[in-house]
Design a binder for this molecule. Sequence first.
Ligand code: FAD
Length: 287
Amino acid sequence: MRIVEKLGGSSPAISFEFFPPKDQEGVDRLFATVADLAPFAPAYVSVTYGAGGSTRQLTVDLVGRIQRDVGIEAMAHLTCVGATQAELGGVLDQLEQKGVQNVIALRGDPPKGSTTFVTPEGGFGHASELAAFVKARGNFCVAGACYPEKHPEAASLDADLLNLKRKVDAGAEFLITQLFFDNADYFAFVEKARGIGIKVPIVAGIMPVTNVSQSKRFTAMCGAHLPEALLKKLDAVAADDADAVGEIGVQHAVAQCRELLAKGAPGLHFYTLNRSKATVEILKRLR
Ligand code: FAD
């Protein structure tokens, strides 16, 4: 089923994001995580696409397996990095054969060691071009990424939003935000997006803090920020006290999710890092 048809209904769509593990043990752990999260009836789950297309086949296989064997609607991430149009078309062919109907079209980050994205020869330079390419193949529901605190490369939030509008016009039928910890950023972003005619559902990306240095690293990388009040709480406990850090992270995420849902977010997309504990705890408390 096309995911966009599950958004905007009477109950918000809960979804989970996974990444392709490096080895069989990781794959087994991933499926254990999927089993832990399945009782929360996700509208869909998604599997990321490794930097430089390094996980291309694994992403396709995992998405197909989750869709077919677990019976949860699964969305494949696909990036422009290092791929020609023909190669991207080949991935889409495989997804179609596996009955996968949902793709999030991404540009991807520059490969390790370089700071600027270079358009591959015969490929695409922006996610909007990939979105149009996927859309043109017919049956896929296409999603796109967006950034409440601005994409790190964009000169301004307004410029980023104009590019986002291009992506939507090119075929992105719903958007998932980068992780954020301050709902004010999400609400202001949605309002600005609506103001320039972006009408598609904007799903909120949630990543609970489970490890302080990791969250600081992720936020620095993706241009998001950890609010002062949250940092203060985290600073008050030992960084290696996983239970204390985890509890603060869960409490913050629960408060975030409650407000997002109360104010009409069409969905919550949890960046799980292939672990279920924090997400399960948040969803239990939200019930
Ligand atoms: P774009 O939409 O192409 O935007 C990138 C930059 O280019 C922005 O600054 C934008 O303003 C600018 N831009 C866009 N169009 C134009 C234009 N026509 N002219 C000039 N400038 C333009 N990365 C992975 O490698 N694998 C994944 O699986 C993955 N999944 C993700 C899932 C989500 C929900 C999110 C939020 C991010 C994900 N990423 C993933 C990271 C993403 O690839 C990076 O953030 C990347 O730097 C930008 O990708 P994009 O699709 O947003 O690109």
